[in-house]
Design a protein around this ligand. Structure first.
Ligand SMILES: [Cu+2]
Length: 153
């Protein structure tokens, strides 16, 4: 019985590793994009990056074949209006985590070549300073329309 549990556990670990997107000590814990409304040519990707190494890593941007550009944006509140700022990089702290969360930061996709449809995925290349790209598939989830409407550059 113990043996079976152990084997199951090992198999589970292998499976999890198979799905984890890891390169150079960087692990993508969670990534998703919001589906886009009709006629909308911008989108947002939210992501959590874990750094398993003991050196800070600079996340410097992303690219995808489905959009003309992808930029790292942070959001700030000013008089109840949220505005976005293009960041040249964000740091993934050593043995820490960088989270791009709704209302805080995101990877902005600009010039979308096709709408983002719930249930589909698209490829995204994550760029890190001095390191190899990390290629992931981003699942598309349904939107909270209000949040997107409030976005202003
Ligand atoms: Cu943005």
């Amino acid at each position: 019985m113990m043996k079976k549990v152990l084997i199951t556990f090992i198999l589970l670990l292998i499976t999890l590793n198979g799905f984890a997107n890891t390169i150079n000590n960087i692990v993508v814990v969670d990534a998703y994009a919001r589906e886009t409304a009709k006629g909308q040519d911008v989108g947002a990707v939210y992501i959590s990056l874990k750094n398993k190494g003991n050196k800070t890593v600079k996340f410097i941007g992303a690219s995808t074949p489905i959009a003309n550009t992808a930029q790292i944006h942070s959001m700030k509140m000013n008089n109840n209006i949220s505005s976005m700022k293009h960041e040249q990089f964000l740091e993934v702290p050593a043995n820490g985590e960088l989270k791009l969360l709704p209302g805080e930061s995101h990877i902005m996709l600009m010039g979308l070549k096709s709408p983002l449809i719930k249930g589909q995925t698209f490829p995204l290349n994550l760029h890190f300073e001095g390191l190899q790209d990390l290629k992931i598939e981003v699942p598309i989830k349904s939107i909270n329309v209000d949040e997107m409407k409030d976005m202003k550059m």
